[in-house]
Structures are given as C-alpha cells and as structure tokens.
Design a protein around this ligand. Structure first.
Ligand SMILES: [Zn+2]
Length: 487
C-alpha cells in the first residue's frame, strides 16, 4: 500500500529555472513526486491506498529550500570562543537537534553542514533519518582541516586547537590525508578545508589540496573549501574540489578557471550582510562591520563576473552565529544573490533548490518538482518569482512537505531562544581614572574614534548585550570564585 498526496492547483515554480506555471497540481507517491500537471490531476489512485489532498489555489508551490552552508553545532554563538570552548559537546548536540526544527519550519528541507565540532553533524543526520529528530535532512562534514595559517587555528600555540574546536590542525599533507581517513571512518559525507580567514593568502599548498581531494574521492566522499582569496580558489579548482565556498576576491582569470571547471560556488553572503545591515544595533564591533563592508564591496564585483561567466551558484548562509540564528534568515540569501551577484529571482530560487542539491549529495534526485524527484515541497503565500523576499517571513511558509509528508511543528520549540552559553566578561570597556573623573586628555580622546585594540575586542563588544543571558556559571561568577582564574 502506498501513501498519496495531491497538492492541487498551486502556481508552480519547479526549481529548474523555467517560468512559473499557474494552477498546476503535483501528485506525490510515498516520498517521491509521481506526476505534475495533467498527469497529476487525472491520475487514479489504486483502491485501498490512502490519498490526502491539499488545496494550493492562490499559493505558490515550489521545492523545499536547501541551505548549503549551515553550521548546526555552532549554537548561535556570539564569539569564536563560545563555538570552540564554552559549551560541552553533549549540550551542543542537544541544542543542535532542537534547532533543526526551526530550520525546517523556515522551509529549509535539507542542509549541508560544512564543519563543526566533534561528529555532531553526523549524529544529527542519523537522528533525522531515523525520525527521532524533526529537521531537514543533514549532509555533514566533520571538523575543518586547517593549517596554522588557516581559518580555525585561532588561539596561541600554548592553547593550540582544542578538542572541542570546529577545526583540526593538520600541518602536513600526510596529516591531512590521515585526518581524511579518520573522518570518513567516522561517517562524514564530505571533507571541509579551511583556508585563510579573509583570503589574503593561500594557507594550503596546491599539492596538499590535491592530496586531500584525491583521498576524499578515493573513499567516495566530496570535498569543499572556505576560500575567500583568488589563489586558494584557483588551487581548489585545480585540485578538483566538488564545490567552493565564498570566492570574495576572484579576478577575471580565476573566474574563468572556475567557470570552465563547472564547479559550483556557494558565496554565503548572509553573515556579512546581516553584520553590515543590522550589526550596529546588535553589538557587532565596528571594526568587523567595516572589514566585512569592504569585503562585500569586492565580493559584488567578484560575483557579478562569475555570474556573467556562467558559474553555477548555490545558496548557503553560515547560519549558526548569533547574527545568523537558525530558522530566521536562510531565505535572505536568495535576495542577497539577486543584490550582490545579479541573479534574477528565478535564478536565485534555482540556486536554492536544484543547484544546492549537489551539496547534500542528491544532485539530480532533489531540488526540483518533477516526476521521480524526492518530494520536498513548500506551499507559500505570495510569489517569490516577483518578490524574492516573501520567503523570508516564516508566516508565508504555509506548509512544509518533506519526503512526501506534511510536517507539523511544535510552537514551543520554534519560540524558544537558547540562552547565551557564557563567557566571563568583566566589562565591555576600560574603567580608567580619566573615564570616571574626566581630564583634558580624556575629553580629547573621546572625540576620536576608539583605538584599534578597543574596536578589535570582538569578544567584549559581542557580549555587551548579554546581561540578561542565563548561564550555568552565573552563580560562580557572582560569588567571585571564578574571578581568581582571570585576575
Ligand atoms: Zn561557514
């Protein structure tokens, strides 16, 4: 016996890039799209099989969104230290499982998790697959492979890259290959490589990238890279990586190289744009905002060139930070691709559906509404082909169908905000004599922009809004016991 679902008379956006087709029905059999259009409305369901009908008249029917860059283990962190150090992996896992439901309610039916701590992503994938956790299907990497010059070796060597970090230090090709073997043994779907933080140099050699890709592919896994600068994009393309993330500073030559290779690009603009557009209100330090604003300007040129050269785009958001919380902004990436890369709304929808299926290992099997495809379907109020922003308001996502089943959500889960995990911060600026009593020198200084070191202190400023956050360490902090450590 099969389970049938008929979504009737919606305005269909197929995800293939073709124009919307009005009043089109979609018939789903079990977890697969069985027929679309006349074939769907005229199909005869065998006697005894269950048929559910949903009237989608006046609504848009489209594929479930895919977020190809969503870090489920970050826990909406306000600092790198929170991501790497402050939350136990047991709690990180529980939080992530809870947060998955928020992502699904936003219409995101699949995520690619390009790196996080421990093997939390792998665990989430299995829990969703088994139906224990309600969430999008998860395609997961493990800890990022980094070098001492890569993204995730943040701390002094005396600290190193701790076990709970999202990265693992691999400073030689042999160490990299060794780590690939371990991660594959532990169940990852793909390998994440972390090149330089801002793209100012290449942190892995060409040969190291080649060795990583070779071993990952030999073991049947994909490989991707955080690559903002031109040289690491070029090297990763030459090494045959499966997709590239960011690409903020690509010149003509690199764009051409990327376009020729047909390797897709996941620009991941949301984190930068959220910080630049609204960060001031939410305590994002001005130095970071300024740096990212300049990066966005260069990115605009880089991405427009890539679009003109025919590079395939897919959507990713870097959700998981405090300024990119789960379930809130995934669909904003589509608007940002329109704004910063020159895609049409329909092209942006294709980037978030058909194109992003590659990053969840389901290219050709997911991301379009066509017979034979997995039945991840959204019923949406409004027309995203004319106003791409309608997808951002969760109230417009009326029905989420995943694997052929309409999902029900727990409002308590959706409304809950996890408290900030902790950080022992004494103040957000320096209490000097002059700042209390004033002095000519202080008044002069106050007229100037804050010093670089003040502006650079990301941790302090990020925590300026945390006074109401609960923390397991609150009591300890209040008693002053913990303060001995730091004074
Ligand atoms: Zn990321």
């Amino acid at each position: 016996m099969s389970r049938w679902l008929l979504v009737e008379n919606g305005d269909l956006i197929s995800g293939t890039g073709s124009e919307p087709s009005p009043r089109t029905s979609v018939l789903v059999k079990d977890d697969t799209i069985h027929a679309v259009g006349e074939g769907a409305s005229q199909a005869v369901v065998p006697d005894g099989d269950q048929l559910q009908r949903i009237d989608a008249r006046g609504r848009t029917v489209m594929p479930g969104l895919i977020d190809a860059h969503c870090h489920m283990s970050y826990g909406e962190a306000r600092s790198e230290e929170e991501i790497d150090l402050y939350t136990s992996h047991e709690l990180r896992t529980l939080k992530a499982a809870w947060n998955l439901q928020k992502v699904l309610a936003a219409g995101v039916t699949s995520v690619s998790d390009p790196g996080g701590s421990y093997y939390i992503g792998v665990g989430l994938r299995e829990a969703v697959k088994a139906g224990v956790v309600r969430g999008p299907r998860v395609h997961a990497a493990g800890r990022y492979l980094t070098t001492s010059n890569g993204l995730t070796d943040w701390y002094p060597d005396s600290v190193g890259v701790p076990q709970g970090s999202i990265g693992i230090l691999t400073n030689s090709a042999d160490a990299m290959v060794n780590e690939v073997r371990h991660q594959v043994k532990n169940g990852v779907d793909f390998i994440k490589v972390a090149d330089s933080p801002s793209g100012s140099y290449q942190a892995f050699t060409d040969e190291e990238m080649r060795r990583i890709a070779e071993m990952a592919h030999q073991l049947g896994k994909a490989v991707t890279i955080h690559a903002r600068g031109p040289s690491e994009v070029r090297a990763a393309v030459s090494a045959g990586f499966d997709w590239i993330m960011h690409g903020n500073y690509m010149g003509d030559e690199v764009v051409e190289h990327l376009a020729q290779s047909h390797i897709p690009l996941v620009p991941t603009l949301l984190l930068l744009a959220n910080a630049c557009d609204w960060g001031e209100r939410f305590g994002v330090p001005s130095l970071l905002r300024d740096r990212w604003r300049r990066m966005l300007e260069s990115t605009t040129q880089s991405l427009h060139k890539a679009h003109a050269a025919g590079v395939v785009f897919a959507t990713g958001t870097d959700s998981g930070f405090s300024i990119t919380p789960y379930g809130e902004w995934h669909a904003r990436e589509l608007e940002l691709l329109v704004k910063y890369a020159g895609l049409t709304p329909l092209e942006a929808i294709t980037a978030a559906t058909q194109n992003a299926a590659t990053m969840v290992g389901l290219g050709g099997r997911l991301g379009t509404i066509q017979p034979g495809m997995l039945a991840d379907v959204l019923i949406v109020r409004g027309n995203p082909a004319t106003d791409i922003r309608v997808l951002q308001d969760r109230r417009n996502i009326q029905t989420v169908i995943k694997d052929g089943l309409p999902v029900t959500f727990d409002e308590r889960v959706l409304a809950f905000r996890w408290p900030h995990s902790r950080g022992l911060t004494y103040s957000t600026s320096d209490l000097t004599y002059d700042s209390v009593y004033g002095s000519p020198a202080h008044e002069t200084r106050a007229d100037l922009a804050p010093t670089k070191s003040e502006m650079d202190d990301v941790v302090h400023e990020l925590r300026s809004l945390e006074s109401k956050a609960e923390s397991p360490d609150d009591e300890l902090n209040e008693s002053g016991l913990d303060s001995d450590k730091e004074t």
